[in-house]
Write a protein that binds this ligand. Structure first.
Ligand code: TXA
Ligand code: MG
Length: 311
């Protein structure tokens, strides 16, 4: 294993971004910052590069990747069909933590979408990601930069060293502002559905569309990435009403020794949740207790990740 000093972390200068764009076009992988979490980016048009992304994550082939674009013109290459709901949401929330699932074009190789006829696409709200996509001249497929089922990294130094070693570089864009993955909404046909809660809340999406939204039932074909256990540290996560004194965990209010105080606001909580779990996840720590957040739809994305981490 590499020590963190050995990770190929680059400052996001114009020169380094063009070196990374060249590497992308040679079929290499680059870890990129986004406003949600760090991703492992590769040229969406290069099936061998995409295969390497699946391999480095140990990700099952049926779990499709999100395609990242830097402007609306690029969207034309990616999509086969565009719906009214997609248009409303893209105009309202891009660039931002919202992923739209729509019918794909032939330009997108089947390996990217796990053989589905739909593609997940988003325009990230991070200058470094946008500059790299632009410099590469191709959309970038980018799953979160963690091993399958692990915690997503929200800073450059939290990226798994085994992943980092197989990439050309990590572009350091600082700490991710949102800290939880994007909301994935299926707007490909019929009634829009939330496949994964995330950075944009259900309430905001419903307000933009002017109608209530269903959550996808966990059937495999519609949302192949919805596994019960996911986003998990190595230690067991147990959700409790109150973390006992002396136990390691994430708490509201005053922390005891070995505990991390968490904010009482869902956006702030989401922004630091993965780094807090990551910080607690040390050798010798077998259980991380997490004090249950308040009820309410504003906590939906946080609760989704906590439930998956503790499953
Ligand atoms: O915030 C994010 O979305 C981050 C950053 C890097 O952009 N990316 C990310 O990618 O979380 P990943 O691969 O870890 O998660 C992609 C999710 C999975 O749940 C996958 O099943 C779903 O998007 N997805 C991708 N394509 C899909 C499709 N065609 N239909 C349904 N779900 C799809
Ligand atoms: Mg992921």
């Amino acid at each position: 294993m590499h020590e963190s000093e050995d990770l190929p972390i680059l400052r996001p200068t114009t020169e380094n971004i063009s070196l990374c764009a060249e590497a992308i076009l040679r079929g290499e992988m680059v870890c990129i910052p986004t406003e949600t979490v760090y991703g492992i980016a590769a040229d969406v048009t290069n099936p061998e590069a995409i295969q390497r992304v699946f391999d480095v994550k140990n990700r099952p082939a049926e779990n499709p990747l999100i395609v990242h674009i830097s402007d609306f013109v690029q969207l034309d290459d990616v999509i086969g069909e565009w719906t009214k709901e997609a248009d409303v949401l893209a105009n309202r929330y891009w660039p931002g933590p919202l992923t739209l699932v729509v019918k794909k074009s032939d330009y997108i190789p089947g390996v990217v979408t796990g053989g589905l006829d739909t593609v997940a696409v988003r325009m990230p709200d991070h200058p470094v990601a946008l500059e790299l996509i632009e410099a590469s001249g191709v959309p970038l497929a980018a799953p979160s930069a963690n091993k399958f089922m692990g915690l997503s990294p929200t800073s450059a130094d939290a990226i798994d060293s085994e992943i980092a070693r197989q990439c050309f570089a990590i572009l350091d864009g600082g700490t991710c502002r949102v800290g939880l993955e994007s909301t994935v909404v299926d707007v490909s046909s019929g009634a829009p559905r939330i496949l994964r809660p995330g950075g944009v809340s259900r309430g905001d999406i419903q307000a933009a569309l002017g109608r209530p939204l269903a959550t996808a039932p966990p059937e495999r074909r519609a949302s192949p990435g919805m596994y019960d256990r996911h986003y998990a540290p190595k230690a067991r996560v147990i959700l409790v009403p109150q973390v006992a004194e002396g136990e390691p965990g994430l708490v509201f209010g005053l922390p005891g020794p070995g505990q991390i105080p968490m904010p009482n606001d869902p956006a702030l909580y989401g922004a630091m949740m993965y780094s807090a779990l990551n910080q607690m996840d040390r050798p010798g720590v077998e259980v991380i207790y997490v004090q249950l957040p308040p009820e309410g739809s504003a906590w939906e994305a946080v609760m989704d990740r906590l439930q998956k981490a503790s499953s």
